[in-house]
Design a protein around this ligand. Structure first.
Ligand code: 3H9
Length: 723
């Protein structure tokens, strides 16, 4: 767990060993503390170097212990780590942290306890506890401000953002950065500082930072935190703890940090966010019905990729590939788009502190399909039109190398139909990126009926290389994410018909924690997107069978409200009006629109609908339970492997608040019997809305005594064929 050896006479090397990320469990912390004490007691040792095993310094406290997944009381884990950091800082001999890979959370706090820090150029450092619903509780909120100053510490703790070694050096978080062997550099450094006095290197003894504009800084940080995650407790606790670094002596600040951690750790929010952490790792362990899985199916190397179409999606995908160091051939006929991509690449290079050329030289723009021939993988990102995509796939399968993987960035179209248009359906998969594709962390990998294990493995692996979380789903209309969105949006429209307003529905959803309610989101993405899909599906426009009533389709309730807005030219932000009114086309600030309220009144009168008062609970339950109910159907059909897949998709792709865990986690937390009974109630009131009919899986789970969500994945393996 912690090995102690002597290198070059007077330098002791302590190696933290707990693969895969050297997490500091209670036992590991205690072991390392013992090793530090032994090294300090060794009279031949003058200086200590602390490094991690296997190319990683430390991924922080053991989250399984914090989450209560293993049998160690959390106080033991917390106090062992706090005691370790204190012992390191109090050591009478200099301790130098040699950081490579990552120093995150408790790992960075351990490094802050050291007297000096050396980092490898590729290392990343940060305090991501807030993303787990927690705060740094081994002194991080008190030591960091004393080292890098109050504003920088406040930002890093409250957002959980990690920084590169270069930024860490600029902040004063590390003393030296090397591109060579970090242990070598640390040992050299240690020998130089072996005789330096340590008093000023102990961060706990440094005077507290006293920013003149403390109140403003705190106010801004709180407002930002609220905007990012409304109702989340951890960012507020982080701000309070960092504030204490400026207002209280070190030991009292530490005491407050501990108290805040004790309040957060057992909270539902922390449980939900830790579930999200593990869910995002579980989804990487995919398997296909034939038995192929992440273990037995190696991915093919992608050393050259092609992107077809540089519109909103294609350009984000191209930037993601370049940022990951993958050369890209980009095919686009519109010159304007080439300029946009070039500007994006330059901006990205500046953000990563790279020269523009280092990115631009990785892209080759072309108009010729033959230039794509050499790519290992092609991502098609043209307009969402099945006929167009099928033609393109047919051409690609004859013009590309026979082993080139053909991927479609489609958000809903039939991947099997695309595969059938090619000579090699086994090399076709869907790669559903989310806009903006260079920012959003989610990738839905859509496995067609004939997609080969190598195609799936390569797409999943590529997503990870692009810094995304890849989730494998089966092919069906809308896949997992968009399919579940449909009943959610539909319920919101029905609520308008029954008497609610867009701002009322949005306010309830935003209070729940969504960054944007359903109507503001629809205005942002453009109402015409869904309109086109509904027209193609025969639900709207000229394709609706003659004589069909305005509010019914295929014998079920239908709301034409969004179609009517489109017919009035109200397409959302881009036209300056949609469900709300904006300053002008492209405006961002939504204000309620009296026109819309008159329009809704007239609509209700025309259809004989008597508006009623709708309370917050009904808005939440109808929207969220309808969405989760579709999630249960997706699970029973095997479109997604488990609740973790759906929850990851919703948290990373659809703005579901992480502190609520995801839709499946949420209904499990509410209680499946209660959710079932509310769905049954709504179904009785709205018998013509099939999405409100409780799914067979939900009924089954309730009949089985509502097993915890951690067991669903395993249960589903045996259940699917029976449901
Ligand atoms: C903390 O430190 C609190 C303290 O302030 C105060 C306490 C007093 N613990 O992500 P990967 C597992 S809170 C336990 O696929 P990568 C992970 O589940 C902690 N397990 O690898 C997975 O397991 P499996 C603050 C952990 O290379 C395996 O390791 N720290 C931990 O893509 C590989 O993980 C953080 O929030 C952990 N701390 O990325 C950092 N970390 O193989 C969390 C990972 O069974 N970790 N595992 O699926 C990360 O961000 C990434 O894992 C890391 C590696 C960047 C380190």
């Amino acid at each position: 767990m912690a090995q102690y050896s002597r290198v070059r006479g007077s330098v002791a090397l302590l190696r933290l060993t707990n693969p895969p990320v050297n997490a500091l469990s209670a036992a590991v912390s205690r072991d390392l503390e013992r090793a530090v004490r032994s090294a300090c007691a060794d009279s031949a040792v003058r200086v200590l170097v602390l490094r991690g095993h296997g190319g990683t310094f430390c991924g922080g406290a053991d989250i399984r212990e914090l989450a209560g997944l293993v049998d160690v009381p959390f106080r033991v884990g917390v106090s062992s780590l706090v005691a370790l950091v204190d012992a390191v800082e109090a050591a009478e001999k200099p301790v130098v942290a040699a950081i490579e890979g990552v120093a995150l959370g408790g790992g960075l706090e351990l490094a802050l306890g050291c007297h000096f820090r050396i980092a490898h150029g590729q290392a990343r450092l940060g305090l991501p506890e807030v993303t787990l619903g927690l705060l740094p509780a081994a002194g991080g909120t008190q030591r960091l401000p004393r080292l890098v100053g109050f504003p920088a510490a406040l930002e890093l703790v409250a957002t959980g953002r990690d920084v590169s070694a270069e930024e860490a050096l600029a902040l004063g978080l590390v003393d030296h950065v090397t591109d060579g062997d970090v242990e070598e550099a640390a040992v050299e450094f240690a020998r130089r500082v072996a005789d330096e006095p340590l008093a000023s290197r102990r961060l706990s003894t440094r005077p507290p930072p006293r920013p003149a504009d403390l109140d403003t800084l705190l106010q801004v940080a709180l407002e930002r935190a609220q905007r990012r995650a409304r109702g989340a407790l951890a960012p507020v606790a982080c701000v309070q703890a960092v504030r204490a670094a400026a207002t209280l002596p070190f030991t009292q600040g530490l005491q407050l940090e501990q108290e805040l951690m004790a309040a957060l750790l057992p909270s539902n929010q922390a449980r939900a966010m830790q579930y999200c952490f593990f869910a995002q790792r579980i989804v990487g362990k995919w398997s296909l019905p034939g038995g192929a899985n992440w273990r037995n199916s190696p991915a093919r190397a992608v050393s050259r990729a092609a992107v077809i179409g540089l519109g909103t999606m294609g350009r984000g995908i191209a930037v993601s590939l370049v940022r990951a160091g993958i050369p890209v051939v980009a095919m686009e006929t519109d010159e304007k788009q080439l300029r946009v991509v070039t500007a994006m690449l330059e901006r990205e290079a500046a953000k990563q502190r790279r020269s523009p050329d280092s990115y631009l030289q990785l892209v080759q723009f072309t108009l010729e399909r033959r230039d794509l021939g050499d790519a290992d993988l092609v991502v098609e990102a043209v307009f969402e039109d099945l006929a167009l995509k099928k033609r393109l796939f047919a051409e690609l399968s004859s013009s590309c190398r026979p082993d080139t993987l053909l991927c479609s960035n489609t958000s809903a179209l039939d991947v099997d139909a695309l595969a059938a248009a090619t000579r090699r359906p086994e090399l076709v998969v869907g790669m559903h990126f989310f806009a903006p594709a260079h920012v959003m962390k989610l990738l839905e990998v859509v496995c067609g009926a004939r997609s080969s294990p190598v195609a799936v493995a390569t797409a999943m692996q590529l997503g990870k290389r692009l810094g995304k979380v890849s989730v494998a789903v089966a092919n069906c209309p809308g896949f997992a994410g968009n399919r579940m969105l449909k009943p959610y949006v539909e319920q919101a429209s029905f609520l308008l018909e029954e008497g609610a307003t867009p701002q009322q529905v949005d306010a309830v959803l935003e209070d729940f924690g969504f960054a944007m309610g359903v109507f503001r989101m629809s205005d942002l993405s453009g109402l015409d997107v869904g309109w086109r899909v509904r027209e193609e599906a025969g639900l709207a426009g000229p394709t609706v069978p003659p004589g069909e009533s305005a509010r019914r389709r295929h014998g079920c309730r239908y709301s034409p409200l969004a179609d009517l807005l489109c017919e009035h030219g109200r397409l959302g932000q881009k036209t300056g009006r949609g469900w709300y009114l904006y300053e002008g086309p492209g405006g961002r600030a939504a204000t309620p629109d009296p026109w819309l309220h008159d329009f809704l009144d007239q609509y209700r009168r025309r259809h004989g609908l008597r508006p009623r008062r709708i309370d917050q609970q009904e808005v939440l339950e109808r929207c969220l339970y309808a969405l989760a109910n579709e999630g249960f159907r997706i699970l029973e059909e095997g479109v997604a492997a488990g609740p973790e897949d759906i929850d990851t998709i919703y948290v990373l792709g659809y703005g579901w608040p992480a502190h609520r865990g995801g839709p499946m986690y949420h209904v499990a937390a509410v209680g499946l019997p209660a959710v079932l009974s509310r769905l049954e109630h709504f179904r009785r009131l709205h018998p013509d809305v099939p999405q409100l009919r409780p799914s067979a899986l939900l009924r089954h789970l309730v009949a089985e005594g509502s097993p915890p969500i951690s067991r669903w994945r395993e249960l589903l393996k045996g259940l699917r064929s029976q449901l």
